[in-house]
Write a protein that binds this ligand. Sequence first.
Ligand code: ADP
Ligand code: MG
Length: 166
Amino acid sequence: MKEMTVNCPGEACSFELGRLLGGHLEPGDVVALWGELGAGKTLITRGIARGLGVPREIPVTSPTFTFINEYDGRLHLYHLDLYRLTHPDDLETLPWREALFGSSVAVIEWPERLGDYLPAERWDLRLTVTGDESRAITIIARGANRRTRFDELAREIQQRESMPGP
Ligand code: ADP
Ligand code: MG
């Protein structure tokens, strides 16, 4: 496991962090977004989508009631928002296996709702509200394949002047 924390002063930084991560994602990657309502999970998903090459004119909004949205970019993207999922068994109505175990990328808001279905090898982003417009964002890479790419991502983040370091 490797991790780094970025203190983002505003939403441009959170978006950019998502965009940079999106540029490093590969088929089969799962990104779990942890944080309270309003922490910026959907905003970061928008950044990830752009980093994956989903065109700017395609709006990325949260599938709060439908649970899953899909986008096409450099890779196929499943965006899951499980806030209203009351029981993991309700997943059976959704293409969650394709989303989590296929050759697409899955970005998940409220991953705690997945219980044991959440893959152990994944990216975790922990979002903490530190002020009206500031967020502490911890990126955690779990699994050997992700750890190598983490180093490249961390280097890229550290090179950004717009992003205050840890
Ligand atoms: P969530 O999906 O976690 O409920 P959203 O992304 O929908 O959160 O909303 C986050 C809200 O917080 C947006 O209105 C956004 O403009 C605002 N915001 C302010 N500062 C930040 C920041 N640094 N990062 C992310 N969102 C921010
Ligand atoms: Mg959301």
